[in-house]
Structures are given as structure tokens and as C-alpha cells.
Design a protein around this ligand. Sequence first.
Ligand code: AMP
Ligand code: GLY
Length: 423
Amino acid sequence: MKVLIVGGGGREHAIAVKCSESKNVDKLYAAPGNAGIAKLAECVDISVMDADKLVAFAKEKEIDLTIIGPDDPLVAGVADAFKNAGLRVFGPAKNAAIIEGSKAFSKDLMKKYNIPSAAYEVFNNADDALSYLETAKMPIVLKADGLALGKGVLICNNLEEAKAGVKTLMLDKQFGSAGDKIVIEEFMTGREVSVLCFCDGTHIKPMTSAQDHKRAKDGDKGLNTGGMGTFSPSPFYTDDVDKFCKEKIYQPTMDAMKAEGRDFTGILFCGLMLTEDGPKVLEYNARFGDPEAQVVLPRMKNDIIEVMEACIDGKLDEVDLQFEDNAAVCVILASDGYPEHYEKGFVISGLETFDDKDGYYVFHAGTKLTDKGIVTNGGRVLGVTAKGEDLHKARANAYEATKWIDFENKYMRNDIGKAIDEQ
Ligand code: AMP
Ligand code: GLY
């Protein structure tokens, strides 16, 4: 089979590694890919948002399956363009990816179908939002309705902060039209867990659990980022939690989307909070998490192509999804200063150390191949993942492996997976 991966981050590199291990894949392409993916796939310089060019490329190369990694093209309907052209694609259609593209849509869906989540109100204008806040309980959470690079969520401790938040989102339009509408939501407390699920429109199968660390600095301090590291599985995601989520969250969400006439085929990412009142949905995403994919996929035993094909064919119920009985930790190596100001263009050394090491991976995110070699080219540069027989071993292995890599301004958190020590 010929397979095209759309995207060029650490998540797509993790997908590419899994595809390269599949006995079904003869040739792998990526658009645009990155310096790490280029070792496994032929990279072609087409934007993830350019549906016409992607479809034309897939036709020209006679691609058998296209996998769309990021949220933007899914929410914009790139999967639809493939389907309309009669091409096989893994990723939800636009009218299903809206579950990530609009927070108001996802909250209304959860309310209508009794899926546990925080209480909320939706506002289309700032005046109504501001007067609602006057009597609301603090802290409170404000969310831009649309996509905002994971940064459109504001946790406000008091009325003053909340009012300033409404101004930021709705009046100053810090996230553009994503803030035309906002959700104001009850503040919840508890452990966060990410569960990514394969979906075929009718059936849904959760993968092993993971936990992200979104803040830039140790101890969950600093600004929100795209994710500074992950571990899998989460020791807090117990069998009881799993049972509850399967009955009350995963399948009900799949059934709800089907009942609404929205064919969700692809990955549903459930961001959960384990509250005192049980697990509740924080958010849905319509794709693999990044860097959750970098710990979940290395532990998956199945051939990823076979699972994706079963999703497209509506036969996910026939798949026995299995994960290794071990653990994985991913530590992001970033450019110092991320997520604000940082420099790029520094040569990266030590990447080859990973070539002959079983159970160790270096996933490229912000890198570029130049005549000087592979250089840093973004805030999040690499994801270093290691497996181990348990989380403690995996964590020690991952931090050991971070020492193999060097570049100027290398920055990482030193407490990824530390929460497991509290177990
Ligand atoms: P989201 O993009 O909706 O997942 O929100 C980003 C982050 O904000 C989450 O990972 C949580 O840490 C936090 N968050 C979102 N909604 C809530 C809530 N209702 N209560 C407390 N924290 C929240
Ligand atoms: N790691 C969070 C996300 O992919 O949205």
C-alpha cells in the first residue's frame, strides 16, 4: 500500500514510525513532514490546509490511504475533499470534526446526551457574558469557541480576572474569530487524563491512557504550551474509571454523533478530569494528541494500518486492540524561551544514538534539514520517548536519553511523570 501522512509534527512522526512498522505499507509519503519523518517517508512540500493540492498529489501517486494528523485541516474539511474525490482517508469529516472545532457544539452535545461535563453557558456577546459573571461562582473558566492553538482557555480566579478574560477573548479578539462566541464553564478540580479512541462511526475503542503536562515549567508553573511531556498509562485511570468512561462517555459520544447524523471516523481524543463526582469531559479533540501519541503509539501492539482500515470500513468491532504491558514517558526538548520568544537554527547533535536502541525514540517536531545538518526550527524541537517495564523505569530511561541529544538553548521540564511518585 501507498500511504500519505498529512502533517509535520511529533505526532505525525509517531504515526509515521507505526506505519513504517506495518507489513501493509510499501511506500510512505508525508506532506509536509519534517526532518525526522524524512528518514521513513518521502516528504512533499504541500501545506496541510491545501486540500486541492493534497488530493491532486494523492491521485497522481495513487495513494491507497491518507491519514490526516492535525486539527486545522480536519476542522476545515480536508477529509471531505478526499472522500469527495473517491479517496480513502482516515480522519473525521468537517461536520464531525466540529466536536473539536466548536466548544459550544461539544458542550451542547454533552448536555443533550447526558455525558458528564462541567456546567456551562454560551455567550455571543460580551455584555451578556459580563453581566452573567457578576453573580457567577469563582474560580470560573472561559473558553474561546473556536480553535486557538490550545491557548483559548482562561482559568479566572476572581471577577476581575474573568472580566479581563472576556475582554481578551471577545473584544480584543486575541484569538480572532475563535472568540466571537465563548463558553463560560464551571471550574472543576481533579487529575487530568487523556484517552484517545479509534472510532468507525458506530463503534469506539479506547487506547491506553496518557497524561500530558501543559505548563512550560516544573511544578506546573509558567505558561500553557502545546505539551511539554507525557506518560502512559496513567495510574489514576483505574479499571473502575475505565468502566465508567466506556459506559457513560465513549460509547454515548459515538452514539450521540451518529444520532446527529455526523459520521465520526478517526480518532476521538477525550480530555477527562477525574473529579470527586466521577470522570467528566474537559474537552474533545478530533485527532491524536501531541505529545500523547508519542507515548501511546509506541505501546500499541496492532498494525496501525489494519486498525485504521477497519475504522474506515465500519468494522472496528472486529479489531482486538492491544497494548504492551509496560509504560512509556516522553520528554519534550524545547528551545529556551518557548512558548514566547526563542531562537532557531542551532545544530542538533546525538540523534543517531537512537538508531540502534530498542524502546527509545526521538520524534521530530520543530526541526529542519540544512547544509549544516539538522537544526532547531521551532519551540518544541524533539520528543524523547522511552519505554520501561513500569512508569518509574520508563521515566528514568527517558531522562537518560535526553542526555544523548544536545543543541544550544536546549530546555526541558525535569518533572515529567513525577506525579506517579505520589502513587
Ligand atoms: P481544554 O483545551 O478545554 O482542555 O482546556 C485546557 C486546560 O484547561 C485543561 O487541560 C484543563 O487543565 C483546564 N480546564 C479546562 N476546562 C476546565 C474546567 N472546567 N475546570 C478546570 N480546569 C479546566
Ligand atoms: N496534548 C494536547 C493536545 O494534543 O491537544
